[in-house]
Design a binder for this molecule. Structure first.
Ligand code: AHR
Length: 653
């Protein structure tokens, strides 16, 4: 909790200080709420998560692996992120060896040829990690590598070494290597060190000879102690958003730049040594440590449901698979993928999942066919989508199928729409899905990207990607206000909008870490922070009723947005108030149809100007502040400060 902000908010709520009003609005607007008039249902799965391998979201982010380029890939510049260690008199060289590797998937390795080394002058290789390696005191790190060696190589010393002092802060010995490829495990335990990310990993030998390595891996403690798991700080931040689903694996990451670079799920399951890795469309190679089963583990850890996107035969550089026999293997891949998630042990792919350590099938309701197929200028989605739809529907009639572009073929259950806009556009878009006559059914008009004024009788809507793109690398308060305005519209129209997910969710803020601005949560190796827009999501996701209530506002002008929902189970009303203007907004709130407690909880997220933001070194400049509102009744006054997002929780007595 930010104490200064808490104090100011407490004084404001107590009326000890007055909110600053520039060119203040003097006469209050009137917000009328009819608590006994439910208008429409709110989807229980409205808010969820969407990520992909972009901005080092997984490798160098959520996926807790600390070793960068653990499978020793190289480019024109040579081996990436690995360096030779020659201490004292040691002499050695290293190179990529394309003739030997530990598996059919990993057919290459790094070869270290040591001409001279001893205990005082070891030789080896070092890895810098993803912009460093975060080490904390009294912590155990679990590692492993595959290796083989020439005769008499002796032991390998594995050390975590401070970049600043050159001294080891944790060391382990791996006994003499064999002549054949084998996996070796080790643990490294730190002592009373200062937390720091200026560290690297060294693998050294004290003997002349040759040694080959691959799949060098090191993990810190992970969320829920999951093996091959996730960074706790990022998982905790996501959990605080109260998401209900995870859309994966992309995004463009699903499609790849080319067909061969798509997310080929069968190459992302099983032991890590059997995963060949692949190039992501965002300019770097994915380890595929975050494979299909890991996405599902992530869902389990957060107790959310998977929304599975299957590759539908289009890749970003413009390649597509023609409908007909050529498409059949891809359709079969999608069916196999669904079977991997949901099949029993008697099925081929269900058995594979059991073998991979997850006996229980996963609950799956939604499958998305492709991603942004309106980008396919050949128009081939019109032919590719129907056979996918028909094959999945016929084998899995209970699944809800999502299309990514307008289709004339079999009607999708859901249509996925994406919106990346500026704040002013989102102020406008807050009413985007409102039916024009206040109730139902104008025909949807495809405007090149989205349906406008959604048809109440048409497919349901999944806003699978959306964001107000203002602020760098993460969104500022102005963007949060745009998001909040937009989310009031999502809630009001959640009879048709069944799911919505901000994108992208994550970015590594180190130089070169980000490919797409703006992103909800930023981090480096050591720490993470939420943007103001992240906190807007936390507020909107944490306080959401199951139905909207009759309401109206008069005299509020533009840049004021609100959503009123009620929870029958919790007997609470949630007033979400968004003031995106520079003026305080005095409100007369008239409440009928409920008798509420005189004291209400209020959460406020506000800033002095729209460009105010959080950053890796100033992570809590704009955070929600909790206070109490007193003298709440069927008619009470409340002033919404400038540039603020507020949630008032009313307890229905
Ligand atoms: O979220 C970033 C990208 O935006 C996604 O990969 C793609 O689906 C969209 O165009």
């Amino acid at each position: 909790m930010n104490c200064k902000r808490y104090l100011i908010a407490a004084l404001l709520a107590a009326g000890v200080v007055a909110p600053v009003m520039s060119a203040a609005q003097t006469s209050p607007s009137v917000l009328t709420i009819h608590a006994d008039q439910p208008v429409s249902t709110v989807s229980p799965t409205l808010y969820g998560l969407m990520t992909e391998e972009i901005n080092y979201s997984y490798d160098g982010g959520l996926y807790a692996e600390m070793v960068r380029n653990r499978t020793f890939h190289s480019d024109w510049s040579g081996l990436l992120y690995w360096y030779l260690v020659e201490n004292g008199n040691a002499r050695a060289k290293m190179e990529v060896d394309k003739t030997t590797g530990p598996s059919d998937a990993l057919k290459t390795s790094v070869r270290l040829d040591v001409e001279r080394a001893d205990a005082q002058s070891p030789a080896g290789i070092l890895n810098q990690g993803y912009w460093g390696m975060a080490l904390r005191p009294e912590t155990t790190y679990s590692g492993s590598f595959f290796a083989k060696a020439g005769a008499d190589m002796g032991a390998v010393t594995v050390s975590l070494v401070s970049d600043l002092t050159g001294k080891a802060v944790a060391t382990a010995m791996v006994p003499a290597l064999t002549l054949k490829w084998k996996q070796y495990s080790f643990t490294l335990k730190t002592g009373a060190i200062q937390p720091s990310s200026t560290n690297h990993l060294e693998l050294t030998v004290a003997h002349a000879g040759s040694v080959w390595f691959n799949l060098v891996s090191l993990f810190p403690p992970t969320y829920h102690a999951r093996v091959n798991g996730f960074r706790p700080d990022l998982m905790e931040k996501m959990a605080a958003m109260h998401p209900k689903f995870l859309r994966f694996p992309g995004g463009n990451y699903l499609e790849g730049n080319t067909i061969s670079e798509r997310f080929d799920w069968k190459k992302t399951i099983g032991p890590l040594v059997d995963r060949p890795t692949h190039l992501s469309p965002w300019g770097y190679r994915s380890t595929d440590g975050m494979g299909l089963l890991e996405f599902l583990g992530w869902c389990e850890d957060l107790k959310i449901e998977p929304v599975l996107a299957v590759y539908a035969g289009y890749s970003l550089a413009g390649e597509h698979v023609a409908a007909g026999p050529d498409l059949q293997p891809y359709i079969q891949d999608a069916l196999d993928e669904i079977e991997f998630l949901t099949g029993g042990p008697e099925t081929k792919w269900g058995a594979e999942r059991v073998k991979d350590g997850h006996p229980a099938p996963f609950k799956l309701k939604y499958v998305e066919i492709g991603n942004e197929d309106w980008l396919d200028k050949s128009g081939s989605y019109a032919e590719r989508y129907p056979p996918f739809f028909n094959a999945i529907r016929s084998k899995y009639p209970n699944l809800q199928l999502i299309a990514t572009a307008p289709v004339n073929g079999p009607r999708p259950d859901v249509i996925d729409e994406h919106y990346y806009v500026r704040a002013t556009q989102n102020f406008h878009n807050a009413t985007h899905y409102d039916a024009q006559d206040g109730s139902a059914a104008s025909s949807p008009v495809w405007d090149g990207g989205h349906y406008d004024k959604a048809d109440r009788n048409g497919p349901k809507v999944f806003v699978g990607e959306w964001a107000t793109r203002e602020g760098y690398p993460t969104p500022d308060m102005g963007a949060a206000l745009g998001d909040a305005a937009w989310m009031t519209g999502l809630e009001r129209n959640s009879d048709i909008i069944i799911m919505a997910s901000y994108a992208p969710l994550l970015t590594n803020v180190n130089p070169g870490g980000m490919q797409w601005e703006t992103d909800l949560i930023g981090y480096n190796a050591m720490k993470s922070y939420g943007s103001p827009a992240y906190y807007a999501q936390v507020l909107f996701g944490s306080y959401l009723g199951d139905h909207t209530l009759g309401s109206a506002v008069t005299g509020a002008g533009d840049k004021f947005f609100y959503s009123i929902t009620g929870s029958a189970a919790k007997k609470q009303l949630y007033l979400k108030l968004v003031n995106a203007s520079s003026n305080a907004k005095p409100l007369d709130i008239e409440l009928t149809g409920a008798k509420v407690s005189a004291t209400a909880k209020m959460l406020s997220l506000n800033a002095n100007d729209p460009e105010e933001t959080n950053s890796i070194n100033d992570p809590e400049r704009v955070v929600p502040v909790e206070t109490s509102l007193h003298d709440v009744s069927s008619h009470f006054k409340h002033t919404v400060p400038p540039y603020s997002i507020q949630v008032i929780v009313l307890d229905d007595q």
